[in-house]
Write a protein that binds this ligand. Structure first.
Ligand code: NAD
Ligand code: UDX
Length: 468
């Protein structure tokens, strides 16, 4: 029997739930999609008439929302009602690292997954396919299954029947719409042929059959963690080599080019930087480390832990270099920070390397002027308040929000490029050099500035991974 999907409910209207459902709605006009969230202000932002106020900034997203919102795509806080009417439910809630208790600092906090499963168990009606969209530790489907099965005991079981699928999301922020429209692959893990077919039918509306692979549940769950671990490992690899380049006179871009031209290695994810950020890599690596420890695989866990260690070290060494170049002290010196999001084309600051680097520089006494084209003052404040030690001594510096590159450069001794925003590639160094205090420095951790042009105006340059 074929299960026809007429209504989808997605629990979680975040960076994944929102864009993913928007693209499904855009490709499958006959399916009604309700995206629900417990966060009222997030839902009201998704419903904002002014599309520049959507809670997630992604190129191409607002055009889709304009086309489909109120037609077959709806955002609401009505969790119960929309669970009840759905043929298929995607769980796309947050799965951050646990902050306390068993596994603190490493294991995923599955509190939101569990509460979603309990809500589904309680309110679903008839046969419902439950799809894990969130990134989860391998074997989580077992937990969800047990919670759902519990709904068949007691009163009002209402003939509930559930099947669980794993369908991890591989989109990367800033490129989400393109990744969703043209994915490298769609992965569906599950045991029930009918449910797999129902989900596959949805994707077949715009994705080639050959790109849709099906596996067992555990392979699917583990593949997502492994893919992120491999990507993060490549970044730590090139970042570790950047330090060696600086010592030896090699150039990390030249090394990356030469290495990446080997078709067995490939040229993607070899860009040097201040360390990877974002809500996924560190969390998923920590989770992998935790699972390996849990199964007694100490060597494997230590291997993946090193990828995180190198990332922390890379962030820390940047602030160290800035202090060293500015004559060993930045106390009272103004430093412009260019970029606060964890990468370009997103307003997301989760785990951004800028947070720790700014914290280090403030604790060294620097007075930071931070500019990012998409990150709001409130967001910066939230992130920095989390990490800054409340210190009343005079030693600690300060930070302020800047509205433009020029604002960040005003009377600054140094500028540090931390995110690869397009506008930082086209800086007019003649104007900026006049605003800065001499001797002025530019520290480029993304290798995007025009070094020759800046040097013409007497600016000292430090570029990551470039010796001498
Ligand atoms: P997010 O924090 O942006 O969004 C999650 C949303 O779920 C929040 O708005 C929260 O209020 C809501 N929520 C939590 N519990 C709920 C409940 N019981 N009922 C209704 N709403 C609830 O998170 P995200 O970045 O979208 O990530 C979601 C999942 O996808 C995570 O597991 C993440 O690891 C994974 N993932 C993220 C990305 C990414 O680029 N951000 C990419 C691939 C996979
Ligand atoms: C990542 C994965 O790419 C995606 O498949 C998964 O679904 C979610 O996690 P995301 O975190 O959005 O996506 O961005 P990504 O482009 O992977 O960048 C992550 C971090 O690595 C950023 O801080 C970025 O600046 C950094 N990075 C990326 C590098 O430093 N060098 C690179 O070559 C690539």
């Amino acid at each position: 029997m074929n299960k026809e999907i007429k209504k989808i409910c997605c629990i979680g209207a975040g960076y994944v739930g929102g864009p993913t459902m928007a693209v499904i709605a855009d490709k499958c006009h006959e399916i009604i999609i309700n995206v629900v969230d417990i966060n009222e202000s997030r839902i009201s932002d998704w419903n904002n008439e002014d599309l520049s106020k959507l809670p997630v900034f992604e190129p191409g997203l607002k055009e889709i929302i304009k086309r489909r919102r109120g037609v077959n795509l709806f955002f609401s806080t009505e969790v119960e009602k929309n669970i009840a009417s759905a043929d298929m439910i995607f769980i796309s809630v947050n799965t951050p690292i646990k902050q306390s208790g068993v596994g603190a600092g490493k294991a995923s906090n599955l509190k939101w997954i569990e509460s979603s499963a309990r809500q589904i168990s309680k309110f679903a009606e008839g046969f419902t396919i439950v799809v894990e969209k969130s990134t989860l530790p391998v074997k989580t489907a077992n937990t969800i299954k047990k919670i759902l099965e519990a709904s068949n005991y007691g009163e009002n079981t209402n003939n509930k029947k559930f099947k669980i699928l794993s369908n991890p999301e591989f989109l990367s922020e800033g490129n989400a719409i393109n990744d969703l429209e043209n994915p490298d692959r769609i992965l569906i893990g599950g045991e029930d042929e009918e449910s797999i077919k129902a989900l596959k039918e949805i994707y077949l509306n715009w994705i080639d059959d050959r790109k849709i692979i099906t596996t067992n549940l555990w392979s699917s769950e583990l593949s997502k963690l492994t893919a992120n671990a491999f990507l993060a490992q490549r970044i730590s690899s090139i970042n570790s080599i950047s330090a060696l380049c600086e010592k030896t006179g090699a150039d990390v871009q030249e090394v990356g080019l030469a290495v990446g031209m080997d078709s067995r290695i490939g040229d993607k994810f070899l860009k040097v930087g201040p360390g990877f950020g974002g809500s996924c890599f560190k969390k998923d690596l920590l989770n992998l480390v935790y699972i390996c420890d849990y199964y007694g695989l100490k060597e494997v866990s230590r291997y993946w832990q090193k990828v995180i260690d190198i990332n922390n070290w890379q962030r820390g060494r940047i602030s160290g270099i800035v202090v060293e170049k500015l004559f060993g002290t930045i106390s009272g010196k103004r430093i412009g920070i260019l970029g606060f999001s964890f990468k370009a084309n997103t307003n997301d600051t989760r785990e951004s390397p800028a947070i720790e680097i700014c914290k280090d520089l403030i604790e060294e006494g620097g007075e930071l002027q931070i500019y990012d084209p998409k990150v709001s003052l409130i967001n910066m404040e939230n992130e920095l308040n989390k990490v800054l030690i409340k210190n009343t001594s005079n030693e600690i510096g300060s930070w302020q929000y800047s509205n433009s590159i020029e604002d960040a450069a005003k009377n600054a001794d140094a500028l540090i490029v931390l995110t690869e925003w397009e506008e930082f590639k086209k800086i007019d160094w003649m104007i900026i050099s006049k605003l800065m205090r001499s001797p002025s420095w530019v520290f480029d951790t993304r290798l995007i500035t025009d070094i020759e042009e800046a040097s013409k105006f007497g600016i000292n340059i430090w570029k990551i991974g470039r010796g001498f």
